[in-house]
Write a protein that binds this ligand. Sequence first.
Ligand SMILES: Nc1ncnc2c1ncn2[C@@H]1O[C@H](COP(=O)(O)OP(=O)(O)OP(=O)(O)O)[C@@H](O)[C@H]1O
Ligand SMILES: [Mg+2]
Length: 234
Amino acid sequence: MSLLTVEKVTSGYGDMEVLHEVSIAVDSQEIVTIIGPNGAGKSTLMKTIFGLLKPKSGRISFSDHEISALSADRIVRLGMAYVPQVENVFPSLTVRENLEMGAFIRSDDFSGRIREMYDLFPILGRRGRQQVGKMSGGERQMVAMARALMLNPQLILLDEPSAALAPNLAEVIFERIEAINDTGVAILIVEQNARQSLSLSDRGYVLASGRNRFTDTGENLLANEEIGQLYLGG
Ligand SMILES: Nc1ncnc2c1ncn2[C@@H]1O[C@H](COP(=O)(O)OP(=O)(O)OP(=O)(O)O)[C@@H](O)[C@H]1O
Ligand SMILES: [Mg+2]
């Protein structure tokens, strides 16, 4: 059984349905990327999986638990983490304080986990006391990912981790994503840099107008001419 299973989920905002019977799965330790045009419903899918939007129908299960009706604070405790597309750090707090906020439900000593995060993102280790609002976009994204990892999740949802970053910084972020995955964490990514993200993904899904369009291995999606023309910029 998959670590995360989304089955025929319909979801949206108020009366407006954005996702129509969307199904995806992520296995343990996999990297899976969701691509699709602006407004396709990618962020809505992430929010629905994480319990910030309640599905109107369908079923979501994670790590042998049905989570469709659970709130985000319950889902976090089951081992899922989420880095939103925007507003994903506390800008007025320091790097270290952001990581401490990420550990908010831990009552044990998490200083070892902070050290592991500084090993994974050495630049953060050197900037522990810096206010995050004054850091660059790439550095802020590293803080957001490290904060989400503080609870040792089994699965992390990343919504556009390389958005608005210069290509060399995007490269660094993708390399860190692979390093996180190497520690045994499954990763579900939504990305505009679709080629880069698919190239490190086990599998990918194309979402368009709130519906499943295609799914295949990352490699096959990259090699598919129709997908290339329609969704990967030719
Ligand atoms: N908070 C909200 N309230 C109402 N409608 C929303 C809200 N957030 C998103 N929508 C609408 O839902 C649809 C899907 O938006 P969503 O953000 O999921 O798309 P996306 O695929 O993530 O797009 P992008 O690539 O631009 O991030 C859009 O029509 C959008 O206008
Ligand atoms: Mg989005």
